[in-house]
Ligand binder design. Structure first.
Ligand code: UTP
Ligand code: MG
Length: 639
């Protein structure tokens, strides 16, 4: 139980459910109280047949006992038939009331555990959303999915059954044991000697069952992966005549799966008889020694029967101790795995101060309202002199920027670059030169390792993330679209949108003619359960998605690579109109895409090695001229 302290995380969820939890615990108490009654009535029913033992009141709890005594006094006045009928009715009523409270206990506690699971899952998802890119490189998708599903399930089992049965067990022990002790202390101690054994057996069996379940699940996922691959790769299988060997592969896996299941069946099959035998031994001891006590006149026959009924009542709580222990162990191990994720803090976060200096007016200087660093009482002055940065013009400046994904391995080295609002800047370079890494810094997908990246003269780390990203239209190298309608995908970055916006953006991205051919135009569902777009269609949809926000800075990372040169020409011409006042960064391997840019940057091994316009770079006869030459050659060959 080394992980037990991990469960502290759950404490903060409890206060919201104080009332249902209290009601649940109340229901457990009431359930126990009424469950105690029926064996009492059994005792009095039996003892009423034997005038000698009628006055044995061992096992009467104060309080409830008073009620029982009143009912018993009334029933014992009746003649034998009516009396027995009366006892039967009393037993049935107490069992029914106990059952109602039992239902209530489940309703309140199990429902609460579902709600806490819901809260925890929401928190986990929200936490993942806040994480930076580096986090997602550290944890794989499959790992995070497993934590969000399997681990969350074992935590729920911990909150629900574990909490419920712990309370139930503790209360049963207190109530039932005290009654049993009141009947006979010696007898109670004797029958309890098997309890530790039962707990041990159940706990061990649960451990085996759990491990067995894990192996069954693993085998099952292997089987489903194999079937899925086989079905989707059926052409390859047929083409290479591999049907028989695939059948053999499947048979082998299937056999292993069944074997693992058989192990589970054996363990589960053994544990119940074993526990039953141990509990049976207790009953045996109870009857043997209890019988002697009855003969000796220490307890009445009715009380011996009642005692054995209590012993049966105790068996489920005893079994549940072992079960709950294993639930706690699993739940706390899972909680530990979730805690490791909750402990991660986003590397890239909002600045602590979201104000920037406005230009100081002569009057502010005259009135000495200029912020005075470090002096007391300047807070209000500073607040006046700074205003929230809520717009971005699109002036970008790299000041001696170096960057690496891992320490000591720079991918970008000493980048100095000034891009003015409204400029179109192109970035070229061989593959792996660092182009994507450079533009990733602008919306702070990553932070610089050294130097400074300034937008509108402010370090990006001092601009609120929302503001920064809201004004950047980013088309990444690998287009990604969600499995929803095309229209929703294009309007993804907007909180509210009109169809006109979607039409406008798709028009510039040259998507209109394609969309007209789709079955439901912009309502067409994309992805697995809808249509699949071609590479070029995907790229243009993501361009439309970036444009619809009318960004101050537009970044196209190789976003026209799958579009033919004619369509590319149309898109660029339209962009020039829309982006006249805005800043545009275009990464491309194709010279035709970028030759008209105001400035072309050539990156090589993370450094800017050439920059200028198309003509000046051709004249320079360096990497750019080389790239250009090769493309001209290829075009000629293609012609
Ligand atoms: P880039 O992804 O910046 O190169 O990787 P690029 O210029 O855009 O290349 P193309 O044209 O799209 O192919 C630059 C270097 O950074 C490393 C890559 O291995 C490459 O050497 N890198 C990239 C990482 O180490 N981690 C990443 O997550 C991405
Ligand atoms: Mg790239």
């Amino acid at each position: 139980m080394k992980n037990i302290q991990e469960l502290k995380t759950l404490l903060k969820y409890i206060p919201a459910y104080k009332i249902p939890l209290m009601l649940g615990i109340g229901a457990i108490v009431m359930n126990q109280a009424f469950a105690l009654l029926s064996p009492r009535f059994i005792k009095y029913a039996i003892d009423s047949l034997n005038p000698e033992s009628i006055h044995d009141t061992h096992g009467e709890l104060p309080g409830i006992g008073f009620l029982v005594v009143k009912i018993v006094q009334y029933l014992n006045q009746l003649e034998v038939n009516a009396r027995m009928m009366g006892y039967a009715v009393a037993i049935i009523i107490s069992v029914i009331i106990a059952g109602i409270f039992r239902y209530w206990m489940r309703q309140t506690i199990i429902v609460t555990s579902r709600k806490i699971e819901y809260d925890l899952r929401n928190d986990f998802f929200a936490h993942l959303q806040r994480m930076s890119m580096s986090f997602f490189q550290k944890y794989s998708t499959g790992d995070l999915m497993a934590r969000a599903t399997n681990d969350l399930n074992s935590i729920r089992a911990l909150i629900g059954p574990a909490v419920m049965y712990s309370f139930n067990t503790v209360l049963t022990f207190i109530f039932v044991l005290s009654v049993m002790i009141l009947i006979s202390l010696k007898l109670t101690l004797l029958v309890l000697i098997t309890v530790p054994l039962v707990i041990l057996v159940v706990y061990t069996a649960m451990q085996w069952i759990y491990k067995g379940h894990l192996r069954v699940q693993e085998k099952f996922s292997e089987i489903s992966t194999l079937s899925q691959e086989n079905l989707s790769g059926i052409r390859v299988i047929k083409a290479f005549v591999r049907e028989d060997s695939e059948i053999q592969r499947f048979e082998k896996l299937n056999r292993e799966y069944i074997d693992e299941n058989m192990f589970l069946v054996k363990v589960e099959g053994a544990v119940f008889p074993l526990v039953g035998m141990l509990l049976g031994m207790s009953t045996l001891l109870g009857i043997w020694y209890g019988g002697k006590l009855v003969v000796a006149g220490e307890i009445s026959l009715g009380n011996l029967v009642a005692f054995n009924t209590y012993l049966v009542t105790l068996s489920w709580p005893v079994i549940s101790i072992g079960w709950v222990l294993s639930l706690i162990q699993r739940g706390s191990a899972s909680m530990a795995r979730l805690n490791r994720i909750f402990e991660e803090i986003p590397e890239i976060h909002d600045p602590t101060s979201v104000y920037r200096p406005v230009v100081l007016t002569a009057r502010m200087i005259a009135e000495k309202r200029v912020p005075q660093n470090g002096k007391k009482g300047t807070a209000t002055v500073i607040k006046d002199a700074f205003q929230p940065l809520d717009r971005i013009r699109g002036d970008i400046e790299f000041r001696d920027v170096s960057f690496g994904y891992v320490a000591g391995k720079p991918v970008l080295k000493n980048i100095n670059l000034r891009i003015r609002q409204g400029q179109t800047v192109a970035i070229v370079g061989y593959t792996g030169a660092g182009k994507t890494s450079l533009v990733n810094l602008i919306p702070r997908l990553y932070d610089v390792s050294q130097g400074q990246l300034r937008i509108d003269g402010v370090d990006v780390r001092n601009i609120p993330l929302r503001t920064l990203r809201k004004h950047i239209g980013f088309v990444s190298q690998e287009p990604f679209l969600f499995s929803t309608t095309l229209g929703t995908n294009i309007a993804y970055g907007l909180d509210q949108w009109e169809m006109d916006d979607v039409l406008w953006a798709s028009d510039i991205a040259q998507l209109k003619t394609d969309v007209d051919r789709f079955p439901h135009q912009f309502e067409t569902i994309l992805g697995e359960r809808g249509i699949t777009l071609s590479g070029g269609q995907k790229q243009r949809a993501t361009i439309a998605r970036a444009l619809i926000r009318r960004p101050s800075i537009l970044i196209l990372d190789d976003a026209l690579s799958s579009v033919d040169t004619y369509t590319e020409e149309l898109i660029l011409a339209q962009l020039r109109g829309v982006m006249a006042e805005r800043t545009c960064l275009i990464i491309s391997h194709r010279i035709s895409t970028i030759k008209d840019a105001d400035l072309i940057i050539v990156l090589d091994e993370g450094q800017i090695v050439e920059q200028g316009t198309h003509d000046s770079l051709i004249a320079m006869d360096g990497i750019y001229a080389d790239l250009h030459q090769k493309q001209l050659l290829r075009e000629e060959l293609e012609l």
